[in-house]
Design a binder for this molecule. Sequence first.
Ligand code: DSN
Length: 414
Amino acid sequence: MKDKTIESIFAKEAERQNAGIELIASENYPSTDVMEASGSILTAKYAEGYPSRRYYGGCVNVDEAENLAIERAKKLFGCSFANVQPHSGSQANFAAYHAVLKPGDKILSLTLNDGGHLTHGSPVSFSSQMYSFVHYPLGEDGRLDYELIEKIIDQENPNLFLAGYSAYPCEIDFKRMREIIDRHNTHAETPCYFMVDMAHIAGIVAAKLTQNPCDYADIVTTTTHKTLRGPRGGMILTNREDLAKKINSAVFPYAQGGPLEHIIAAKAACFGEALSPSFQRYMERVLENTKACDAKLRSLGCESSGTENHLFLLNVLSSFGLTGKEAQEKLESCGITTNKNMIHGDTLKPSECSGLRIGFAAATTRGCTKEQAEEIGQLIFDILRGNINQDAAQKKVHEIVSSWKNVLEIEPEI
Ligand code: DSN
């Protein structure tokens, strides 16, 4: 690279990523194909509009890339429509709401402290300023309480029910949610839409290891860079032909201008990889590793949420007398990256938190085995309990990552 200042930032970040154990549940390492597409010449092309209906000439090749991404997305998630243009998950949600709601309409979403997302009604996000949010809490056991959800839907009469979460470690019964909404809609004055933001579990859905929300929801949004292991970006899916045009207009021209065609090509590469049998094996290993680490920590006496997907929440306050912030910093100083997270019933403020969110999508991409996931659980315990000093912990991290792939050489087949 000619610009040595920027190049040195890349080199330092590659070094940081290679040297550490990445356990942030929303992160992953894209393949070299996805990276090449993301950095490709398609970034030079303006293509406002949709394939064959652009506002610019010269779109023949980007049309091919976008059509490929759309077709692969439809096949991967078993749906009849895909809009692959949203620049991010937040923008996908922004457009999805607009496609089916009017400003001021009521959205019922999970209480944010229980694992919702900023765009699911946080006071600091556009969402709560444009729509009227009400929330459903998790049950006492930290799981979705479907009977309570049904009661709240009948009481609140929302225009849209939103499922899909950022920090929920259990399976979601989308089929049951559909039944609840269908029952409600038989007597509701205005019908309630069912929307799922599957950003966190998109890879698990693609691998067919959990219920597919596209089979049940009216509208599904996702990011492409979490468990799905693609480029940073968003997408909207539906099986409702009557919503297709509304979704397209809500993305462009309502929410966005020129689509990022290089990122759309990278999404096509990611979907191609996710359609291969090796992706299913990868995702099975993610779930196995997450379980193994969680089980190790619990066997050592820690309080954790347990896990049925790619993440779990460790109560570091009850387990180690540390806030989430302190635990995150202690682990980071030893080369393990996590993020502090509110846990169900948290009494601390969000900047401190009582929990850590731990996920294995990224580490598994690099080659983490089940035995290593257990070893990482033990190491997390030893660091947070103060059983091991920083130098010794860093050495252990180094031993583990030395057996893994370099993050710049990740291939779809692992
Ligand atoms: N910020 C993402 C996460 O970490 O879960 C959600 O968009």
